[in-house]
Write a protein that binds this ligand. Structure first.
Ligand code: THU
Length: 149
């Protein structure tokens, strides 16, 4: 756990700032809970996403999946080295680090297995403390993947 982003390398601070920027464009008129995600690709590219809700609630998608599916569609041979996440409700301030949901962990795990390289995950509230996980598999042990199919 890091007390503030200033303790992190500049490249990760930049990634977190991209996630904050992306969060501003979240479309969350139902939950009022805005999430921003930024992915660092090995090539230097940064891909962002935010949650996109829908009146038919389950049709919406989390920020993490918007970002990683976008990255996968644009850069099919991509290697993702890190992901930064920032989240918070417009109804109440939240500086507690907010971790990715289970469905997003499952989707991120697929790409981590595929690329045979760990993805660092940094997650936080709107500001304040940051939690780092060294990989998706640390957030989702005993993952279900294509080796079982
Ligand atoms: N949400 C995300 O974008 N990522 C997560 O990991 C958890 C939840 C979104 C989905 C929904 O738009 C809102 O936050 C409330 O659940």
């Amino acid at each position: 756990m890091f007390e503030s982003i200033s303790e992190l390398p500049i490249s990760i601070q930049k990634l977190i700032n991209k996630a904050h920027e992306a969060r501003k464009n979240a479309y969350a008129p139902y939950s009022f809970f805005n999430v921003g995600a930024a992915l660092q690709l090995e090539t230097g590219e940064i891909i962002t996403g935010n949650n996109q809700e829908n009146a038919a609630y389950p049709s919406g998608l989390c920020a993490e999946r918007v970002a990683i599916f976008h990255a996968g569609s644009q850069f099919p041979n991509m290697v993702v080295t890190a992901m930064a996440l920032t989240a918070g409700s417009i109804k109440k301030p939240n500086e507690t680090p907010i971790p990715p949901c289970g469905a997003c962990r499952q989707v991120l795990a697929e790409y981590e297995v595929k690329q045979e390289q760990d993805i660092e995950i940094y997650f936080m509230g709107e500001n304040g403390k940051v939690v780092k996980s060294n990989s998706v598999k640390d957030l989702l042990p005993l993952i279900f993947d294509s080796s079982y199919l």
